[in-house]
Design a protein around this ligand. Structure first.
Ligand SMILES: Cc1cc2nc3c(=O)[nH]c(=O)nc-3n(C[C@H](O)[C@H](O)[C@H](O)COP(=O)(O)O)c2cc1C
Length: 321
């Protein structure tokens, strides 16, 4: 039986989905049920960066249900962060077993822990009944290959988890190549936990195909395509595209809101421009002449030039997504 009331979450994207972005997104677009923070990790001094502390302060996160994500392979850090986040009032945290970056993976964290199912089991044995907060996991299919997840999932049955989000790629792929829904399908019968599908939901049609294929799945996570086309989640929830004539204006209001917040809080034009350029790497994809649009943003070497380019883009280019 297909569940029409699917839950849709915004994926964590380090450097993009900070609280400014999450709040502006929730203010201007509909359909989003929850968001995950980019991963939090204790540094050598066992502290979080001040920007990370700010990112999870309850007063900065009152608009939508936020689930903080942690990255660690240390039981001690896991318990410390769980207590810290529970004290802030969070009800649930998410454990990152997906990060593919070599600096992380080679230290057996993120997707680098996936080839070691016994280590994952050992960590969970020590934390699950100790931490005062619900836990979910976000994982890839494996680091080297998808056989890894087939070994891990049965081991997770004995733990209390709210869900397991699977980004259907392996770590070695980084963000390249296609997601692998066939491997995700095999996972469905290997776990008693609720699974959430993540990877390459790029349009209403691609969601509808996956939704039809995975009848028992009612939790979905979307990342890059929800950044480049913030109407996507709303369209998926409605089952139809948003009013095309209003899209550019709605996006422009969202953009102004974000830009104003960054201008008011970030120090120095370099910082503001690099933040906006990072975002436009995604936003430009929804504009006609997307390469030209991104090039113009990248070449903006002053606030004045950036604002001129934005004005030009919103007046001359079409919204095509
Ligand atoms: C720039 C960037 C940063 C990311 N940061 C995180 C992160 O902090 N934690 C995490 O679990 N996944 C992270 N991801 C992965 C996404 O959450 C998501 O799993 C992936 O992009 C696949 O989903 P999509 O095809 O819908 O984008 C990141 C991805 C990108 C492109």
């Amino acid at each position: 039986m297909q569940n029409l009331l699917s839950k849709i979450s915004l994926a964590p994207l380090q450097g993009i989905t900070d609280y400014y972005f999450r709040n502006a997104f929730q203010t201007h677009f509909k359909g989003l049920d929850e968001v995950y923070t980019p991963f939090l990790r204790l540094d050598k001094k066992k502290t979080l960066k001040s920007s990370q502390i700010k990112d999870i302060l309850p007063e900065n996160n009152s608009k939508i249900r936020v689930i903080p994500q942690i990255l660690t392979n240390s039981v001690q850090d896991f318990i410390y962060l769980s207590n810290y986040l529970a004290d802030l009032g969070y009800e649930e945290i998410n454990w990152n077993l997906g990060c593919p970056f070599p600096m992380v993976a080679k230290r057996q964290m993120g997707s680098g822990l996936l080839p070691y199912p016994e280590k994952i089991e050992h960590i969970l044995e020590q934390v699950v009944n100790t931490i005062p907060i619900k836990l979910s996991i976000k994982m890839r299919l494996g680091y080297e290959n998808e056989e890894e997840i087939y070994k891990i999932l049965p081991l997770l049955d004995k733990f209390s988890l709210t869900e397991i989000i699977i980004h259907a790629r392996i770590g070695k792929q980084m963000y390249k190549g296609n997601a692998n829904p066939d491997a995700f399908e095999k996972c469905i019968n290997l776990t008693k936990h609720q699974l959430s599908y993540n990877g390459d939901i790029i349009s209403l049609e691609s969601f509808q195909q996956l939704n039809k294929r995975f009848e028992t799945i009612n939790s979905w996570m979307i990342g890059r395509s929800a950044i480049s086309n913030p109407f996507l989640i709303e369209e998926i929830k409605k089952g139809e595209t948003c009013n095309k004539s209003q899209k550019l204006e709605r996006f422009s209001e969202f953009h102004s809101d974000l830009y104003e917040q960054f201008s008011n809080t970030l120090s120095g034009s370099g910082h503001i421009l690099s933040k906006m350029t990072h975002l436009w790497e995604y936003f430009s994809q929804s504009f006609s002449n997307s390469r030209k649009v991104y090039k113009a943003i990248k070449k903006s070497n002053s606030i004045r030039k950036f604002e001129e380019n934005i004005h030009h883009i919103f007046n001359k280019e079409d919204w095509i997504a």
